[in-house]
Design a protein around this ligand. Structure first.
Ligand code: 5GP
Ligand code: ZN
Length: 112
């Protein structure tokens, strides 16, 4: 399967690792939208959040556990935002489910 983020997990494409455990990998976004912009992904290939089922939903919990740990390790004590885009309407561009974790500046409104 030709998946960019699977290649990043395998180290075939370089990335700046922020956090890793048995279930998830987190790395700096190549085009940051905020001073802190990390992508948190499951190591298992899941195309998007529309593909979450009872069999794999534990990985969503693992991603949020990782986010809390990443926040502690990076001193994000004033907060952060987690966003996931799904499908065409959601403007998803990489079809390996990922959660954007944004911080380091005051984010605007509810989404931006
Ligand atoms: P989406 O638009 O699918 O929600 O987000 C995809 C994200 O992946 C974008 O923020 C984009 O900057 C990031 N991205 C795309 N290609 C690469 C890459 O090769 N390396 C890294 N670190 N991030 C990437
Ligand atoms: Zn993948």
């Amino acid at each position: 399967m030709d998946c960019l983020f699977c290649k990043i997990i395998k180290g075939e494409i370089p990335s700046k690792k922020v956090y890793e455990n048995e279930f998830v990998y987190a790395f700096e976004d190549i085009a940051p939208q905020a001073p802190f912009h990390v992508l948190i992904i499951p190591k298992e290939h899941i195309a998007s959040s529309a593909d979450i089922t009872a069999d794999n939903s534990i990985l969503v919990a693992k991603i949020f556990e990782a986010a809390a740990q990443i926040a502690k390790e990076n001193d994000l004590k004033d907060g952060f935002r987690i966003v996931t885009n799904s499908g065409k309407v959601g403007c998803q561009t990489v079809f390996h489910m990922h959660f954007h974790m944004l911080s380091g500046r005051q984010l605007e409104g509810q989404m931006g």
